[in-house]
Ligand binder design. Structure first.
Ligand code: TRP
Length: 451
């Protein structure tokens, strides 16, 4: 049995990965996947991408670029399950099951949705202007991503913590409603890598596409060099001491340097290394670390069918987990085959049969009788009087033999016959339906006890 920690994360496929994505998410995730205890599920969240982007070209390009980036970065697809969300039809199916238990009020509180509403209100627009159901239900889709594979740990940025909490919430509710004591879904935990640096961008603010301050990762050495040349520095001239701790150029260097390289760079800056030379050193460092991966990246991008194959294998692995689990969940909510439906009453029958019991007693006149009691103590049958215990015992034994029960109705009562003689009579029932129900309960109780 596996006791490995299942780590799952998705990457929304709307952009081209930059250096900040690499240091902040991709590199740590690839490293984490190399741990022998890790069972990693990494996927391209391309359904999520559709929420934010209606440009098919861009969606397609980004999916390929992100896949190539992870593979070029050293992700070992034999070790991890690497797939496209949209190759797993079980995910939208689970999304619907979860949508049906997710409280609308919970989703009303999602940060991303609320931010859009606030913006609309501020602009004097209808609160829901331009807000799609996709944006609104975004957390449910994400919950399906996570719960489908029973992830323990979900590495995400801070902005996604709320979504992981919602996944717990929704999963818990499903467990409660349909689990019957069984926990279908593992409760996931957001994993925030404190030690991973958020890289500063060219202007010193967090590196982000929305600030247009990114350093490209694998496009070309020239692109990287050009971006580095635009890193904002203070105006200290060559020869003047620089302050490494207040330089985001130094922070960028640090994120890729060994301890020794870092110390050397720090010392040189303190001794007046010029910014131009410092940028050159940063480029050399990054190019040395990423140059080979860049080549692999371009190779992968030039052979899309190789990537397609790898991702389809990943989808197959993921579906081998998802499909049987979803079948169980469908069963739990009542989406069952008509044919298998018989299984439910049979199971109930067994339970009753196991729990029903005969109780014999003596009347004041010395005769012997017995009752058949259901699991809940309800009397299913009361026998006639027998002259001795042996005769009564023989009858109870025969009733349990599994032979077809001879029940004869008479108006609103019934009697049970054995070998041409009445052995028990019922009382009068209020109507035929309750009489027949009692007969059915009796038959069920007398079904042979063995498994
Ligand atoms: N919403 C995440 C993001 O924008 C991407 C994502 C989709 C995800 N599904 C997920 C992350 C499941 C973790 C787990 O970053």
């Amino acid at each position: 049995m596996t006791t490995r920690t299942r780590i799952l994360t998705g990457i929304t496929t709307t952009g081209t990965p930059h250096l900040g994505n690499y240091a902040g998410a991709i590199r740590p995730a690839i490293l984490a996947s190399q741990d022998a205890n890790a069972d990693s599920f990494y996927f391209l969240a391309d359904y999520h991408a559709l929420i934010k982007c209606d440009d098919p070209q861009r969606i397609q390009r980004s999916r390929m670029e992100i896949a190539a980036t992870w593979l070029a970065g050293g992700l070992d697809v034999n070790r991890v399950t690497f797939y496209r969300q949209s190759d797993i039809p079980e995910i939208p199916e689970l999304t619907w099951l979860l949508t049906c238990v997710a409280a609308k009020g919970l989703l009303n509180r999602a940060h991303a949705y609320k931010a859009s509403v606030d913006k609309n209100v501020e602009a004097g627009e209808d609160p829901d202007a331009g807000i799609s159901m996709g944006l609104y239900s975004y957390p449910v889709l994400m919950a399906a991503d996570i719960l489908m594979f029973n992830a323990h740990k979900v590495p995400v940025g801070r902005d996604q913590i709320q979504h992981v909490e919602m996944a717990r919430d929704i999963g818990q509710r499903f467990n409660h409603l349909f689990g019957n004591g069984k926990e279908f879904f593992t409760m996931p935990e957001a994993l925030i890598e404190e030690s991973v640096a958020t890289l500063p961008g060219l202007d010193g603010r967090k590196m982000s596409k929305s600030y247009d301050n990114t350093i490209p990762l694998f496009t070309s050495a020239k692109d990287m060099k050009d971006a580095i040349s635009r890193i904002v520095t203070d105006s200290r001239a060559p020869g003047e001491a620089k302050d490494p701790d207040n330089s985001h150029l130094f922070t960028l260097y640090q994120a890729f340097a060994s301890k020794a390289q870092e110390e050397e760079f720090r010392a040189d800056l303190l001794q007046g290394l010029g910014w131009g030379e410092a940028k050159n050193r940063l480029f050399q460092l990054l190019d040395g670390q990423l140059g080979e991966a860049r080549e692999r990246y371009h190779q992968l991008m030039s052979r899309p069918s190789d990537m397609e194959d790898l991702l389809l294998i990943g989808a197959k692995k993921a579906r081998a987990v998802a499909a049987p689990f979803l079948a169980e969940l469908r069963e739990a909510v009542g989406l069952r085959s008509f044919v298998n439906q018989a299984a439910a009453p049979v199971a109930a029958k067994k339970k009753t049969a196991k729990a029903a019991r005969f109780v014999s007693f003596r009347e004041d006149d010395g005769s012997f009788r017995f009752r058949l009691l259901a699991a809940d103590g309800e009397q299913l049958l009361l026998s006639r009087n027998f002259a001795d215990g042996k005769a009564a015992g023989a009858v109870t034994k025969q009733l349990q033999s599994g032979d077809a029960l001879d029940v004869r109705t008479e108006a609103l009562a019934f009697s049970v016959w054995l070998d041409g003689a009445v052995v028990a009579d019922s009382a009068e029932f209020a109507d035929e339906a309750s009489r027949d129900a009692a007969i059915e309960a009796l038959r069920v109780a007398l079904t042979p006890l063995e498994d």
